[in-house]
Design a protein around this ligand. Structure first.
Ligand code: PLP
Length: 390
């Protein structure tokens, strides 16, 4: 048996992985077009055309390009008149922005537990957390693996709640052949640097709800409304530079998603028999994956998840641990949080699956999944070496 690299053995792989983000001639040409247009902002040509293209890609009638994924979520909540005195159910297994968007509009985030194998919000736990103050459920498709939208739609429609998708990880993922971002009442996407559709920063709202679209549109455009009226608004408009890059990046997205999905299949097949490794479910309702991240769990008896991650990194494979549940983060006790909402965050019920996943999750990033098949085979070999020897 070969000695683990972490113990002084030879690493399985000492080469590189694809860089991210990736760009080429179209990004360059589009950026020059913006420079020469002397029209760098305020609903320019690229912003409007990319918005239309992205709405078509997701399969919704309306989209609004904005400054960030965080702002997309905030504007949706704002547009739905969710604020002080209201509660929004969300999972703690996500990036801080999902929850701070709720707090920023003055609503209280209420945490429901997750499905341990996916990290996605669990509809039964959502149902247990509904109160008379609940207005919406925010569902994050963690790592681009779609939430159980059947179960979430059933519970939100039974209780008359809005279903908001946080699609920061899910550009190109689909559930029963419906794109993530087209299934709930509205969705927010991020175009931040690491995302599968990157522009450095940026975000977009997608929705099929005409009224919500109208309100979000006015809000993002400094409150300008039809007939010369003004509403309370903000400047959420995307800059032309970002849309020019996104226009080129969107051309590449379907092929990149297909490549990452192929890598995920190979990794799943190569790891399926390993003790200690728990893979995400193979659910036939999940019809496409963005491959933003591939998440699995390490539950080996003789080594912790952090030891597993260290050993795998030593074999030359970039990987990381998953999220720390947000209910443990300092942000929940930040005085600004209490000020925004008007009361302290006091929820302390057990969220057992989120806790367990935070101690066992391992992530491979987008650029690892974009590697060629021979390198993906090295990833599998490294996991097999580490899992069988730790
Ligand atoms: C799950 C999730 N939601 C929201 C966001 C916020 O997106 P942005 O960074 O564009 O504000 C992110 C960004 O990393 C995220 O991962």
């Amino acid at each position: 048996m070969k000695t683990l690299a972490v113990n002084g053995g030879t690493p399985i792989y000492n080469g590189s992985f694809p860089k991210w983000p990736q760009w080429g001639a179209k990004e360059e040409a589009n950026l020059m077009k913006v420079a020469e247009s002397n029209s760098w902002g305020t609903l320019g040509r690229f912003v409007l055309s990319f918005t239309k293209r992205f709405a078509e890609f997701v399969g919704v009638p309306h989209a609004i390009a904005v400054n960030s994924g965080t702002q997309a979520l905030e504007l949706i909540l704002h547009g739905a008149s969710i604020g002080r005195g209201d509660e929004v159910i969300v999972s703690p297994y996500t990036f801080s922005a999902t929850v701070s968007a709720i707090a920023h509009v003055g609503a209280m985030p209420v945490f429901a537990d997750v499905d341990e194998r996916t990290g996605n919000i669990d509809a039964e736990s959502v149902a247990r957390h509904i109160t008379a103050k609940t207005k919406a459920v925010m569902a994050i498709h963690v790592c681009g693996y779609p939430c159980d939208m059947d179960a979430l739609k059933a519970v939100t429609s039974e209780h008359g709640l809005m279903l908001i998708e946080d699609c920061a990880h899910a550009h190109g993922s689909s559930w029963r052949n419906n794109m993530c971002g087209s299934i709930g009442d509205a969705a927010g996407f991020s175009f931040q640097n690491s995302k599968v559709l990157p522009a450095g920063e940026g975000g977009i709202i997608t929705t099929g709800n005409e009224d919500l679209f109208e309100r979000c549109w006015h809000f993002h455009h400094a409150g300008r409304a039809s007939g010369g009226k003004t509403l309370m608004g903000t400047n959420g408009r995307m800059a032309e530079w970002e849309a020019a890059v996104l226009d080129a990046q969107l051309d590449k997205l379907p092929e990149q998603c297909a490549h990452r999905q192929k890598s995920i299949r190979a990794i799943m097949q190569g790891m399926a028999d390993l003790p200690g490794i728990i893979l995400p479910p193979e659910d036939p309702r999940v019809t496409a994956l963005s491959g933003y991240l591939f998440q699995f769990q390490w539950k080996g008896r003789n080594a912790s998840r952090n030891e597993f991650v260290n050993a795998l990194q030593a074999e030359g494979i970039p990987c990381s641990t998953g999220y720390v549940p947000l209910n443990h983060m300092g942000m929940m006790q930040d005085p600004a949080f209490e000020k925004a909402i008007g009361r302290k965050f006091e929820q302390n019920d057990a969220l057992a699956a989120a806790e367990e996943l935070s101690k066992t999750a391992v992530w491979f990033t987008n650029n690892v999944l974009l590697a060629d098949a021979e390198i993906i085979d090295k990833v599998v070999q490294a996991v097999r070496k580490v899992a069988t020897q730790l």
